[in-house]
Design a protein around this ligand. Sequence first.
Ligand code: ADP
Ligand code: 5GP
Length: 188
Amino acid sequence: MSKGRLFIVSGPSGAGKSTICRIVRKQLGINLATSATTRAPREGEVNGIDYYFLTVEEFKRKIENKEFLEYATVHTNYYGTLKSEVEARLASGENVILEIDVQGGLQVKEVYPDAHLIFFKTPTMEDLERRLRGRKSDSEETIKLRLKNSLKELEIEEKYDITIINYTVEKSCEELVKIINSNSKEEK
Ligand code: ADP
Ligand code: 5GP
């Protein structure tokens, strides 16, 4: 069976990655690998679906056991992609989307040079701030930290294969579907 393709979606917090990926995954029947994190669950988030919510000790044990394909400290918490969420799916021919930060994206590219790196951003920084605040999920301190960190993330954009500027949900979904379809090995 042919191998699946790995798509890595990164970009500042609030750029719209989760919103767009949720719709596109459903539309194309693609798995989003569930990441592990040490951050606290937001209201409505479910363990094992949105993230595997771990303690710092549990996360460190998995690092020692080499269970992560990549991991990084993002906005003061650990986040990581478990090999178990990716390897078997790719081997069985499934496409997989990873929604991870830029440090993680570049680490995965080292292991899977074929991975397609997709960067998401908002049209302006004002849009980013408005959308982060509109999400109503983070404290003022967290929002400030995420806005500050977005500048560092934007410096890595040039290392990515393609950028989607998230003007409207509909247009961004169309763009992502097009990228995935034209880079899938099953195509043609
Ligand atoms: P990320 O996963 O990149 O952190 P989210 O998907 O949580 O970002 O989006 C941040 C907020 O912006 C959410 O409230 C979402 O509903 C909203 N949003 C996403 N895309 C758009 C868009 N194109 N226009 C306006 N609001 C958007
Ligand atoms: P949030 O706390 O808003 O869910 O995510 C914060 C940031 O962590 C986002 O930039 C997101 O892409 C990143 N992130 C989520 N999962 C992972 C992961 O498994 N690895 C890495 N490196 N970053 C992740």
